[in-house]
Design a protein around this ligand. Structure first.
Ligand code: NAD
Length: 418
């Protein structure tokens, strides 16, 4: 059964849209149009457990928009998954792709179960049945899934294989974030983290911080958080705190991040890392640091803990980590929040490169992928931060206005059918 979130991320996503629509002076009909998913599907997944028992899981795929191109967005396996969460995440994908000027709309998928409690064979059966159920909706020209929380490149390999087997030929462009050997892009696995760190360093520079004199805390040590911690440390930033779902670790002198990564490879968690003090996983957010990178789940920075946050720069590696109420309080305190649709766009940028390579059947070298990723991240950062400085709006408001305007223009030019 899916857990009920105290904060509904869809409310936050819709409030952000409402704010942008108000500034753009669009009418109520346009707000409704932009706030409503184009298509959503709920599927039942009967899973045969390894012990022979059958368990029913529920999965979703929401296509929020395809006005600017095929829908694009990750697939999440988590016991927190709900239809509203997937709707919010799909909407944020639309704005992210529009902001980064990628030829995509937005989508998201989810299955409500905790994959860590299931064997690899069970996870494979869930993935294949889910793919088969949503298969009429996905494809390289209509909707392209990718990894998200609780899924990885192996999940994408199973998805591609299931989809391809049904069609009788290999379709590499149906998913991104695939293993390299199946046509994945060099640089995709680290792309989100690299992008987070490109904009984090730009934000630090804007606020007058020098990396070697900066401290940072990273929430989450998965595909996004781990790379973010590694690349921040490589840039000279002192990463003093890191957490995962099991707990947190802190060392005011700086954690040895590569050694911590090896510890996680051995033990499965940051907990128990030598040379660090154990902290409660939620206390990570309120550590005395300059830079905070939430890179785990949505709705973690709330009205309840925002007053205790000491960082003056927050770079949203996760999608939707800041609730609307907390966001307003951070703005009043002049904390610089680099919003998710800008900060964590590196993943979908290199997913786009992977899709382009699949369509070209031509592999780009790593340096080219990384250089183009950096260019796109810094171009978007420059545009958003310059415009925010001129108007006095926050980075989130500015990014949202740009993105919503692009999607609304695409709608208007295409017109309504019939
Ligand atoms: P992941 O499953 O690889 O890692 C999630 C991490 O968060 C794990 O270390 C987990 O233990 C930790 N975690 C979960 N709950 C926590 C809590 N309450 N406190 C501290 N840590 C907790 O997922 P991921 O792919 O790294 O995604 C993380 C976030 O980044 C999500 O919001 C996702 O939507 C977003 N994102 C991911 C990508 C991508 O390319 N993977 C791209 C853009 C955005």
């Amino acid at each position: 059964m899916s857990a009920v979130l105290a904060n509904n991320p869809l409310d936050d996503a819709l409030t952000q849209l409402r704010d942008a629509v108000d500034v753009l002076n669009y009418d109520e009909g346009t707000y409704e149009l932009l706030g409503t998913p184009r298509r959503e599907i709920t599927v039942s997944i009967p899973l045969r457990r390894d012990n022979g028992q059958v368990e029913m899981l529920r999965g979703y795929r929401v296509q929020h928009s395809y006005s600017r191109g095929p829908a694009k967005g990750g697939l999440r396996f988590s016991d927190q998954v709900s239809l509203d969460e997937v709707r919010a995440l799909a909407m944020w994908m639309t704005w992210k792709c529009a902001l980064m000027d990628l030829p995509y709309g937005g989508a998201k998928g989810g299955v409500g179960f905790d994959p860590s409690l299931y064997s690899p064979a069970e996870r494979e059966r869930v993935t294949r049945r889910y793919t088969s159920e949503i298969s009429p909706l996905i494809g390289p020209e209509c909707d392209i899934p990718a990894p998200d929380v609780g899924t990885d490149e192996l999940t994408m390999a199973w998805m591609m294989d299931t989809y391809s087997t049904a069609r009788g030929h290999t379709v590499p462009g149906v998913v991104t974030g695939k293993p390299i050997v199946l046509g994945g892009s060099l640089g995709r696995a680290s792309a989100t983290s690299r992008g987070v760190v490109h904009v984090a360093l730009a934000a630090l520079a804007e606020r007058g911080f020098v990396p070697s004199k900066t401290t940072a805390a990273v929430q989450g040590f998965g595909k996004v958080g781990r790379g973010a911690a590694v690349f921040l440390a490589e840039a000279g930033v002192r990463v003093t705190g890191v957490s995962d779902r099991f707990g947190g670790v802190y060392n005011p002198d700086g954690l040895d991040v590569p050694a911590l990564a090896r510890h996680v490879d051995r033990t499965g968690s940051v907990v128990g890392f030598e040379g660090s003090e154990a902290i409660d996983r939620d206390d990570l957010l309120t550590l005395p640091v300059d830079l905070l990178v939430p890179a785990a789940m949505e709705s973690v920075i709330t009205a309840a803990n925002v007053d205790d946050i000491q960082a003056t720069i927050i770079v949203e590696g996760a999608n939707g980590p800041t609730t609307t109420a907390a966001d307003r309080m951070l703005r009043d305190r002049d904390v610089l929040v680099v919003p998710d649709i800008l900060a964590n766009a590196g993943g979908v940028i290199v997913s786009y490169f992977e899709w382009a390579q699949a369509n070209q059947t031509y592999r780009w070298p790593l340096h080219q992928v990384e250089q183009r990723l950096e260019e796109r991240m810094l171009t978007a950062w420059e545009a958003v931060s310059t415009s925010a400085a001129k108007t006095g709006r926050t980075l989130r408001q500015t990014a949202m206005i740009t993105a919503v305007q692009r999607v609304a223009e695409a709608h208007a030019i295409r017109g309504l059918y019939p």
